[in-house]
Design a protein around this ligand. Structure first.
Ligand code: B12
Ligand code: SF4
Ligand code: SF4
Length: 315
């Protein structure tokens, strides 16, 4: 039986990497995750800000079996989006995070994971599966670490030795006990570049991100108006932030690899503030069509643009 499943896993891996075009593949056991302890502390400290869904679903996030009863293993995949480095931001321009300059990964990866699930059912008809990409209540990075895809760095992102951290994660939870891969170990060593690079000190300690101070949270997830408690600077970003990753040696030395399904849209590189401020709601919608930018309402785009203008001096 174990031998057969080993073969099935190899078939699945080949299908995921070669036919579907995922960049990384690994399998973790469907077992309780230790990160729930960190998650509980993170929530108790209020680091989640307005992301009430994180508190609401905390109990589910630490065990894949909560999402699929009888689950035995989790196939973890990743798509890479590591472009060459951005040039310094010119005055009069703003930026969107690098993951958002392309088709929405939720759609791309979900579709491909469903294809992978159907393939699993072809080779093992008794298999049940569930697909998760980002929005499912699951500690995706810890699962990916357990499946050997990379380790959770001090910037709290999953980092792969070869691809760096510019990765997007997805999972296929299944009732089939596929053999697991060895988990990856931490390779941050004594480096602290990300803690120093974060312009708002959102990385309070290694591995601990206070989302309330994070530009990515503030520009995307925070729905209310900004008040005087928010950090003054958005470092030129109107959607997301890359600074604790672009500084990371594992990204600086990684070979640029962009999954062909997530090709970069050159017109979403640096954006002229003149153009951005002159957009109306339809113009903004057209600019971000099919990309993660669709999550940002026009009203919040305007809020973020106003925040870019805030005077500095309190840093
Ligand atoms: C909430 C969320 C956010 C929040 C909070 C981020 C965060 N670090 O938690 C905000 C809005 C800020 C955010 C930002 C971004 N996100 Co986000 N986000 C999520 C989401 C939905 C949940 C993450 C979560 O569980 N957080 C809870 C906290 C407690 O977990 P954590 O900070 O990761 O902490 C872990 C470890 O650091 C450790 N830990 C915690 N405290 C301590 C303390 C000690 C002492 C130790 C040793 C360990 C430790 O245990 C925790 C659990 O494993 C996931 C999708 C998912 N379902 O998992 C995507 C996800 C993590 N995000 C993703 C992306 C791409 C981003 C951005 C890069 C987007 C951007 N460019 O703007 C940024 C990156 C910012 C950053 N440095 O993390 C990807 C990450 C891919 C990768 N390579 O890791 C994910 C996996 C989505 C996906 N499916 O691809 N995100
Ligand atoms: S995404 Fe930006 S603001 Fe958030 S922790 Fe990283 S560097 Fe800091
Ligand atoms: S910058 Fe350094 S400490 Fe931070 S995640 Fe990368 S290797 Fe780890």
């Amino acid at each position: 039986m174990a031998h057969t499943l080993h073969q099935e896993k190899q078939l699945l891996r080949a299908y995921a990497l070669e036919t579907l075009g995922f960049d990384l593949f690994g399998v973790a056991p469907a077992e309780p995750l230790t990160g729930v302890r960190h998650l509980a502390r993170w929530l108790a400290l209020g680091f989640h800000g307005e992301m009430a869904y994180m508190a609401r679903t905390a109990a589910l996030r630490g065990d894949p079996r909560a999402l699929l009863p009888g689950a035995q293993s989790v196939v973890c995949v990743a798509c890479a989006y590591h472009d060459p480095p951005d040039p310094p931001l010119r005055p009069g321009y703003a930026r969107v995070a690098r993951y958002a300059r392309r088709r929405d990964y939720h759609k791309v990866m979900r579709k491909k994971l469903l294809q992978l699930g159907r393939y699993l059912r072809e080779i093992l008809p008794e298999a049940h599966f569930k697909v998760v990409v980002d929005s499912g209540p699951l500690l995706e990075k810890e699962l990916a670490q357990r499946a050997g895809l990379g380790w959770i760095g001090k910037n709290t992102c999953l980092i792969n030795r070869h691809c760096g951290s510019e990765l997007l994660l997805g999972e296929l939870i299944t009732t089939v006990p596929l053999p697991s891969d060895p988990p990856e170990t931490d390779h941050c060593g004594s480096c602290t570049a990300c803690l120093a690079a974060c312009p708002t000190q959102a990385l309070r300690k290694p591995y601990q991100l206070d989302a309330r101070r994070c530009i990515s949270y503030l520009t995307i997830e925070h729905k209310s108006a900004f008040d005087s408690q928010h950090p003054l600077q958005l470092a030129g970003y109107i959607f997301g932030c890359d600074l604790c990753q672009t500084c990371c040696p594992w990204n600086r030395h990684a070979t640029p690899t962009v999954n062909p399904h997530l090709a970069t849209r050159p017109h979403l590189g640096d954006l002229s503030l003149k153009v951005l401020t002159s957009l109306d709601a339809q113009g903004w919608e057209a600019l971000g069509q099919g990309t993660p930018l669709r999550r940002l309402t026009f009203q919040r785009l305007r809020r973020n643009l106003r925040a870019l203008d805030r005077p500095r001096g309190q840093e």
